[in-house]
Design a protein around this ligand. Structure first.
Ligand code: SF4
Ligand code: SF4
Length: 404
């Protein structure tokens, strides 16, 4: 039932929604209501930075509405997570538009870029073409699009091996970015073999943060939990992403994952200091705000996280375990293709799906000539079918993709 406070808030929002200017009375009332709400949020400390953040932050990758970001900040969200490659840089521009109207220190910005960091996906090492000047220029591009002098957290991608995390030119570049004040904190972001990425990032000694895919579908939870404990003990801040495990159980979107339960499940791990689920609607934002105040996972929600039927158990979430890589004679970067598939069918984000494939220079054309797939996936995916399916995205003209 709607209480008085919510009634007042919703009434105010209805007024703003009709385009009437807010007066200072309304502003201060809204702010005071937001502050009351914020007090209820569960906060955690982001490792040795000492910064306390609500357990849910905002992933903006699927959001093109600056008013939604404004609303999130007004309601107490403190960290916005974007990336250079979301919407070809336009997502950073949108966030920059929001930041322009606020004191810079009123919220934190996380961004990342991997431009110039050329990765050999087969062995997880940087290729000789890796160019740190390109990487550093790309960081400058992030700042320009965000219209800020610094970001709070800058992530570099995990290439997939310890050797890559300890790659001297990258360590030097990341340290120089921090020294120049372009990023207050630096970190590694990882979608794959996260337990190794977490430990390697902690051991590298220069990083403040690690951003990792973590959700109830992870099959190596114990390994991950142990790695997170190791990193947390060393003072690393830990940020969870991919918390919704693909959002749907099926490509047809007939069986949505209970995202409230999925997010609460992630938050039960106290070593996840904050999370950055994609937020693309006011409904999703309101759900996040509710969870931040009440993370209790009910038995019914836990039951929802069990696959609903035999034929949906594989879901859309690829573990990014890389176990398929050596099996494909055509050298296809199958985990990347599977991630792209999840972005398209789970997140409904075609531009991210396309960009993920483009970045890895993978379009799966070889599957067309392969009469029989040699790959056995640990999740039971029919990788050939999925690759052929997602490869159709290259037939859509780029200018149309980036409209979505
Ligand atoms: S496709 Fe299967 S084997 Fe390959 S990374 Fe994903 S879950 Fe692992
Ligand atoms: S069908 Fe399977 S083995 Fe053949 S190229 Fe595609 S992923 Fe590789």
């Amino acid at each position: 039932m709607q209480n008085r406070r919510n009634f007042l808030r919703n009434s105010l929002l209805a007024v703003t929604g009709t385009g009437l200017a807010r007066n200072s009375f309304q502003d201060s009332l809204t702010n005071s209501l937001a502050r009351d709400e914020e007090k209820k949020f569960v906060h955690r400390t982001l490792g040795k930075t000492g910064i306390k953040l609500p357990v849910i932050s905002m992933g903006t990758g699927n959001c093109d509405n600056p008013n939604l970001v404004r609303e999130a900040l007004d309601r107490g969200v403190k960290l916005l997570a974007t990336h250079e490659y979301y919407l070809n840089g336009n997502n950073e521009k949108m966030v920059g538009q929001v930041l322009k109207d606020r004191p810079r220190e009123s919220c934190m910005i996380l961004t990342g870029t991997g431009k110039g960091l050329e990765i050999d996906f087969k062995n997880g090492k940087f290729k000789p073409e890796t160019n740190m000047d390109t990487f550093l220029e790309s960081v400058n591009g992030c700042l320009e699009r965000l219209q800020v002098d610094y970001v709070d957290i800058l992530n570099a991608p995990f290439a997939g091996s310890r050797e890559a995390v300890f790659f001297e030119p990258l360590l030097k570049a990341m340290e120089s970015i921090k020294k120049q004040g372009k990023a207050r904190y630096i970190g590694i972001a990882s979608h794959n073999i996260e337990h190794e990425a977490i430990r390697d990032t902690a051991d590298a000694g220069i990083y403040d943060m690690v951003t990792i895919a973590y959700n109830f579908r992870k099959t190596n939870q114990q390994e991950m939990n142990e790695a997170m404990q190791y990193a947390a003990d060393k003072g690393l801040g830990i940020i969870g992403m991919k918390t919704m495990a693909g959002v749907y159980w099926d490509k047809e979107k007939k069986q949505p994952i209970n995202t409230r339960a999925a997010l609460k499940w992630v938050l039960q791990n106290e070593n996840i200091h904050t999370t950055i689920p994609d937020c693309s609607s006011f409904d999703e934002l309101h759900q996040d705000l509710e969870i931040m105040a009440d993370m209790g996972l009910t038995d019914e929600e836990l039951r929802d996280l069990d696959p609903p039927s035999e034929d949906t158990t594989s879901g859309l979430y690829c573990q990014q375990c890389n176990r398929c890589l050596a099996q494909c004679p055509e050298n296809i970067d199958i985990p990347t293709m599977m991630r792209s598939y999840m972005y398209a069918y789970g997140y409904r984000n075609l531009s991210l799906a396309r960009h993920t494939m483009d970045r890895a220079d993978q379009h799966g054309l070889s599957c067309k000539d392969c009469t029989e797939c040699k790959v056995t996936c640990t999740m039971g995916f029919d990788v050939r079918e999925k690759i052929q399916d997602i490869s159709r995205i290259i037939e859509i003209p780029e200018d149309m993709i980036y409209l979505t």
